[in-house]
Design a protein around this ligand. Structure first.
Ligand code: HPA
Length: 268
């Protein structure tokens, strides 16, 4: 753990209280309102030296520490994407801070395009696994042997089962699938989507994979859910845009909030 992360964790404990955090939540495009559901203290990223600027519209760059359904959570209202800075490790410090605050697990959420006809805009997809289609890695340059992180079961089976149980309680379908990380910021071409389909991808997006790699590196259990905002390029007549992503994400976000609350109640 870097000294910087320890210092930031101390600063956050001073502001929000010393009780350890159990779970971190990283909110994707259009999912920011979830941060408002938490009873707690909001700290702007700008007050946390080294935190990313998180300049993508539809993101809310605050860290909220507090209670959601009786569980102490840390909600990252905005994430840094590789395509903003060219740094695939842009979320390393926030995840180190999460670990330093005592968290055992992190849940990443994202907006994604679907490659599967049975997973439509407005639906959710629980990540069973991922494909690093970008070829980038946030651990390149890491000097310790800890960089050789095993990625089998990187998407934690027990956390996935907990979310599935919660989804069942809520009566909300939660199909599982493989998420392919595309660097962005341009969207994929139809030919790239056909390639990803052949490789085994079920959904595509521009985040989450580096965070899951970093989480496993830091000893955090990881789980991730996509809100499907569109069919991937070439699979429907609809035009893909960031505006469309932001408009569609809240549909899935409402379902995701119900599932998350049910899962947290079961965990509390
Ligand atoms: N591709 C990549 N990222 C996305 C998409 C997509 O189709 N939709 C939302 N985020």
């Amino acid at each position: 753990m870097s000294k910087n992360a320890e210092a930031l964790a101390a600063q956050i404990r001073n502001l929000a209280g010393a009780e350890p955090v159990k779970l971190g939540l990283i909110l994707g495009s259009g999912l920011g309102h979830l941060a408002g559901a938490v009873q707690g203290v909001a700290i702007p990223y700008a007050d946390l030296p080294g935190f990313p600027h998180a300049g993508v519209s539809g993101h809310n760059p605050n860290l909220v520490i507090g209670d959601l359904e009786g569980v102490r959570v840390a909600v990252f209202g905005g994430r840094a994407h590789y395509y903003e800075s060219g740094d695939p490790a842009a979320m390393r410090l926030p995840l180190e801070v999460l670990r330093a605050l005592g968290a055992e697990a992190v849940m990443a959420t994202n907006a994604a395009g679907s490659l599967r006809a049975d997973i439509q805009p407005g639906d959710l997809m629980l990540l069973s696994d991922h494909i690093n289609f970008s070829g980038l890695n946030p651990l390149i340059g890491e000097k310790t042997d800890a960089r050789f992180v095993p990625m089998k079961d990187a998407h934690d089976p027990a956390l996935r089962a907990a979310l599935q149980a919660a989804a069942k309680t809520c009566g909300i379908p939660l199909p599982e699938g493989v998420y392919a990380w595309y660097s962005g910021p341009s969207f994929e071409t139809p030919a790239e989507i056909r390639a990803i389909k052949i490789l085994g991808g079920d959904a595509v997006g521009m985040s989450t994979v580096p965070e899951v790699i970093l989480a496993r590196f830091l000893g955090l259990r990881a789980v991730a859910v996509s809100t499907i905002t569109n069919m991937a390029a070439g699979l429907s007549e609809e035009n893909i845009s960031h505006e469309h992503t932001k408009a569609m994400a809240p549909l899935g976000a409402a379902k995701l909030e119900k599932i998350l609350r049910a899962a947290l109640r079961a965990m509390a």
